[in-house]
Design a protein around this ligand. Structure first.
Ligand code: SF4
Length: 341
């Protein structure tokens, strides 16, 4: 069996909230990413979906070590990169790139497009100017930019074109892995499919592996092979696209999917409207963090955190409703009872 390109184990990213007289006392911690584990196989697209604020973007940045993980492990191409310094990460940066949500904010407004796309090559030590130029022109053509456009500034482009520039910059070093963080959510619907089709063509051409972050279930469905659903910093369901859309197991995933339009007028579908707000990640609820909003909440859910387990083949979830979790669930309850006696 080939090793996955990316493996994340129990990844946590907490942000301390400082205060007190000195302003240095840790008053609480925002648990933006709270013990997430998954793998991404070579050549696949793993989608990560969830409401804004669920920690998906923070998780993406932590995997790329743009943010330092609080704990957990990150393996890329079989190498443990969890504790590498920024200097040690340079050799992996070439292979691990990111496409940002807001193309305009991520492009330096004073740099010409040529320089923007070329810059990573300079950072990675490509000294030969001519070979850099050839590569910029090559990748610009692949994303649908003309040579004349390379001499312009970012503000002269539309949103879709700016995203093409962002994609070209990410691709310039021929990476193996790209995290696409809401890459089309700032674009008009008509432009979204053009950019997604481009990303799919480039995936074939470069043999790319994507981690595709989005809050938009329709986009995720269109683009991804497997999908992970996040809620309040945790992964609550992970499976292939068909299993998730035909048989979501976790009540949160069920509620998200119920908001999708019917695929056929005869389809029977009831919209599940969640009550209450998303709790604060600095003070998450006990037990299952979804329990205050869950329409299937049981007594056990309020105190015992459900394990993230394989309920069906390659279909993982963390919910006390599922029989396969009963054993673990009972063990946890016994443990709880012992503590409370
Ligand atoms: Fe709902 Fe309980 Fe499952 Fe959490 S563990 S999703 S509260 S049924």
């Amino acid at each position: 069996m080939t090793t996955p390109l990316l493996e994340v184990k129990q990844l946590k990213k907490y942000f301390p909230q400082l205060g007190g007289v000195t302003g240095r006392k840790v008053l609480s911690e925002v648990k933006a990413v709270d013990g997430v584990s998954f793998t991404v196989n070579r050549g696949e697209t793993l989608g990560i979906v969830g409401e804004s604020g669920c920690g998906k973007s923070t998780m993406g940045r932590t995997i790329l070590k743009l943010l330092e993980p609080t704990s957990g492990e990150i393996f890329f191409d079989g190498n443990d990169i969890t504790n590498l310094s920024p200097k040690e990460m340079i050799k992996y940066r070439k292979d691990m790139q990111i496409i940002f949500q807001d193309p305009f904010a991520s492009l330096n407004p004073r740099m010409k497009v040529f320089q923007i796309i070329e810059e990573p090559l300079i950072n990675f030590g490509v000294k030969d100017k001519e070979s850099r130029k050839r590569r910029v022109i090559e990748v610009a053509e692949q994303v649908g930019l003309t040579q004349a456009q390379l001499n312009r500034l970012p503000h002269e482009f539309s949103g879709g074109q700016r995203q093409r520039i962002g994609i070209a910059r990410a691709l310039i070093s021929k990476p193996k892995f790209i995290i696409a963080d809401e890459p089309v959510s700032a674009l008009d619907v008509s432009i979204q499919s053009q950019v997604l089709n481009l990303m799919r063509d480039l995936q074939k051409e470069y043999d790319l592996t994507y981690l595709f972050i989005s809050h938009d279930l329709s986009v995720i469905k269109h683009f991804c092979d497997r999908i992970g659903v996040m809620y309040l910093g945790k992964m609550v369901e992970l499976t292939d696209k068909n299993s998730l859309y035909t048989n979501p197991l976790h009540p949160y995933a069920q509620s998200l999917l119920s908001s999708l339009p019917k695929s056929h007028p005869d389809e029977k579908k009831e919209r599940i409207v969640l009550t209450g707000d998303v709790p604060s990640p600095s003070n998450p609820p006990t037990g299952c963090t979804f329990h205050p909003r869950c329409f299937s909440c049981m007594e056990v859910c309020k105190n015992v955190e459900p394990a993230f387990i394989e309920v069906e083949k390659d279909h993982f979830t963390s919910c006390h409703l599922y029989p396969n979790s009963a054993e673990l669930q009972n063990k946890s309850i016994e443990k709880e009872s012992v503590v409370h006696v």
